[in-house]
Design a protein around this ligand. Structure first.
Ligand code: GUN
Ligand code: ZN
Length: 432
């Protein structure tokens, strides 16, 4: 057992489903978190009312300038794009052709993929991200390497090999038959290996023939508890192209639905231009969306219709979408999500934003039984955030007496400088 003493904040439920925000979180301005030897949370609460039995256990006193939060959950990013962040000029389809495909081709070299994988997990942990859903490139060996690097760091990851069989450079395409064999072998090796999970990952409809999507559907039927990870309705030109490529489908969402790819383990990035009819299908299938506001702004894709998504009952989390997103930081994702909804007329509270970056993301990935909040029995995935981590933040938080005000300061001024330590299953995996 290890006991941590600090300020502690944790979401407990969704602020999107009740007007009583106070009921959706717990905050202790002098709290304790007791972590059992198996890495699970033994108990949590006010320091003053801690159980007597904890007094013999090793204690880590973080002090009043540290606030403990659940680790962040990034519901969408691309590992091979780490090195091309900030490749400017052009909207989605041009950006893919000009920068993305040539960069992803470099993952044919397994040593190169390993160096990117190492840098990626270091970066994510430095930013307080403890769980992520990750696109690899099409390369099977490089994808295996990403799993190895996640395992080495004790990172909680869902990873998948990209599937493409048209509309990309020849060296990034494979036959539907190879897509099946290569994905199957990776599923057998890595799915549910410790904290790792596999995602069948057709890149998006335009780089897939109907046969490739069928293969993805076949894999999903053979391995029903494997995830599906793809993109949907991010950009107007993309949506028009999908209508041309799949004339028999009623909508973009219908392309995936027909292939049997939508259930509660499906995560579709973006969904900026979805119709109400498409949202209804996603809701019926319980498929998830990943909202990546930084990427949507960088590529000029559009503004995520959060009110309509919530109203339709579609579950969603936040994603960095590296490398169209320009930072792995979930502080930035919260901050940009706030600004996008401001433009659309809705002011999200810090509780809504923090929920999306933690428990909401875990729920979107169907991992909320294990992570996303600090509750007895869950794994102790948490970050120690330093209220004095930057001079400006220290000034901003010095007089913040309300928790919502403190969280707002962290959301809008926070970055990796304030992530003092990161823990997964009670083990320290990163420290400043
Ligand atoms: N749609 C298909 N591939 C990609 C990608 O790599 N990034 C983004 N943002 N959208 C995509
Ligand atoms: Zn993406």
């Amino acid at each position: 057992m290890n006991v941590f003493r600090a300020r502690i904040f944790t979401p407990l439920g969704s602020p999107f489903s009740t007007p009583d925000l106070r009921s959706t979180y717990a905050y202790f301005d002098d709290g304790y978190l007791a972590v059992a030897d198996d890495g699970s949370i033994e108990s949590i609460g006010d320091w003053q009312s801690r159980p007597h039995r904890l007094s013999e256990e090793p204690l880590v006193e973080f002090g009043e300038n540290i606030i403990i939060s659940p680790g962040f959950v990034d519901t969408h990013l691309h590992a091979p794009q780490l090195e091309m962040i900030g490749s400017y000029g052009g909207h989605l389809l041009e950006w893919l052709a000009r920068y993305t495909f040539p960069t992803e081709a470099k993952f044919a070299d397994e040593h190169y993929a390993r160096s990117i994988g190492r840098a990626l997990f270091d970066e994510l942990l430095r930013n307080g991200t403890t769980t992520a859903l990750i696109f690899s490139s099409v390369h099977a060996r490089a994808t295996g390497v990403l799993f190895e690097e996640a395992e080495r760091r004790g990172f909680r990851a869902i990873i998948g090999k990209a599937l493409m069989d048209r509309n990309a450079p020849e060296n990034l395409l494979e036959s539907a038959a190879d897509a099946y064999e290569n994905s199957r072998a990776l599923i057998l090796q890595w799915h549910k290996h410790e904290m790792l999970r596999y995602a069948i990952s057709p890149r998006f409809a335009p780089t897939s023939t109907p046969e490739l999507l069928e293969v993805a559907g076949t894999l999903k039927r053979e391995f029903p508890d494997v995830y599906v990870h793809t993109h949907v309705s991010e950009n107007r030109a993309e949506v028009d192209w999908v209508a041309e490529l799949f004339p028999e489908s009623g909508s973009y969402v219908d392309v995936y639905d027909r292939a049997g790819l939508l259930d509660q383990r499906s995560v579709l990035a973006h969904g900026v231009h979805l119709t109400d009819g498409e949202l209804e299908v996603l809701s019926e299938r319980q498929a998830r969306l990943s909202h990546c506001p930084n990427s949507n702004l960088f590529l000029g894709s559009g503004l995520f219709p959060m009110n309509r998504v919530v109203k339709a009952g579609v579950v969603f989390g936040l994603g960095s979408d590296i490398g169209a997103g320009t930072t792995p930081s979930l502080f930035n994702a919260m901050s940009d999500a706030y600004k996008v909804q401001q433009v659309l007329g809705t002011s999200l509270s810090p509780f809504h934003l923090w929920y999306l970056a933690t428990l909401g993301g875990a729920a979107a990935l169907l991992l909320d039984a294990f992570t996303g909040s600090l509750e007895r029995g869950k794994d102790a995935d948490f970050v120690a955030l330093d209220l004095n981590g930057s001079p400006l933040l220290a000034r901003r938080t010095a007089n913040a007496s309300l928790i919502e005000d403190l969280l707002a300061g962290l959301i809008f001024l926070g970055d990796e400088r304030i992530v003092s330590r990161t823990f997964i299953k009670g083990e320290e995996v990163s420290a400043r």
